[in-house]
Write a protein that binds this ligand. Structure first.
Ligand SMILES: Cc1cc2nc3c(=O)[nH]c(=O)nc-3n(C[C@H](O)[C@H](O)[C@H](O)COP(=O)(O)OP(=O)(O)OC[C@H]3O[C@@H](n4cnc5c(N)ncnc54)[C@H](O)[C@@H]3O)c2cc1C
Length: 202
């Protein structure tokens, strides 16, 4: 019998963390997966790759349809119901996130919600709304991802968006600063949607 609560502690349930946790569990390890947010999947599933592709698909369809004008087929300006669009995107995310939770359960990976802070080489403290919990582990994988850079003087005002959550500003007035494919894909989506909205509200 091991002296530790878990063989493996994985901190962070993004694509890096949950895949490692699932693989270790498949290999027979007792695994705890610690995530500060209620939903599993990290940036990619909740605000990055998955929701951005759901929205990009819509943006691409709008663009393709508008190009049909050159072929003599015209559909007119699209009418965009932003709440319905967000609802569609949220449903895609929720389905995949709950799928991950079931996969963790099937593998007996213990999912613990809270913010983890190492208290020693084999000890972690997890803080949540329900209080503090201290656990011991033999090995740990740190998969806490990254944080977006504050743009400072390049940002318009002080608001900055780093994913597909509703932007914290007036969407008709913003500056796009791109340095990754993810940022470029967000920029493209925003351009298509805002151009259409601008056309509609003229
Ligand atoms: C808009 C956008 C589009 C993207 N599109 C693509 C794409 O098409 N293809 C692609 O390959 N990549 C894409 N990416 C990048 C991709 O999302 C990241 O590369 C990926 O999420 C990184 O995974 P990760 O597990 O390393 O970190 P993350 O996904 O950031 O996960 C880390 C997790 O750790 C948790 N965490 C951090 N600290 C603690 C703590 N102390 N205690 C508990 N939990 C903690 C966080 O809450 C988070 O859930 C995109 C990103 C964005 C923003």
């Amino acid at each position: 019998m091991s002296d530790f609560d878990y063989d493996l502690l994985v901190l962070g349930a993004g694509p890096g963390g949950y895949t490692a946790a699932f693989r270790a569990a498949d290999l027979g390890q007792r695994v705890a997966l610690v995530e500060r947010y209620p939903a599993l999947g990290g940036v990619c599933l909740n605000v990055g790759c998955i929701p951005s592709k759901a929205l990009l698909h819509t943006a691409n369809v709008i663009e393709e349809v508008s190009l049909m004008e050159q072929h003599g087929v015209s559909f007119g300006d699209p009418s965009i119901d932003i709440d319905k669009l967000r609802n569609f995107k949220d449903k895609v995310v929720d389905k995949l996130s709950s799928g991950l939770a079931s996969m963790a359960k099937q593998r007996k990976v213990e999912v613990l919600q809270g913010s983890g802070c190492f208290a020693g080489p084999h000890e972690i403290v997890i803080e949540s709304d329900h209080g503090q919990q201290q656990l011991t582990f033999k090995n740990a994988i740190i998969a806490v991802g990254s944080q977006s850079l504050e743009l400072g003087q390049h940002a318009v005002g002080r608001s900055q968006a780093d994913g597909t959550r509703p932007a914290p500003w007036n969407w008709k007035k913003f500056r796009i600063v791109c340095w990754s494919s993810a940022a470029a894909s967000l920029a493209w989506k925003w351009l298509v949607f805002t151009r259409r909205w601008a056309a509609k509200s003229r």
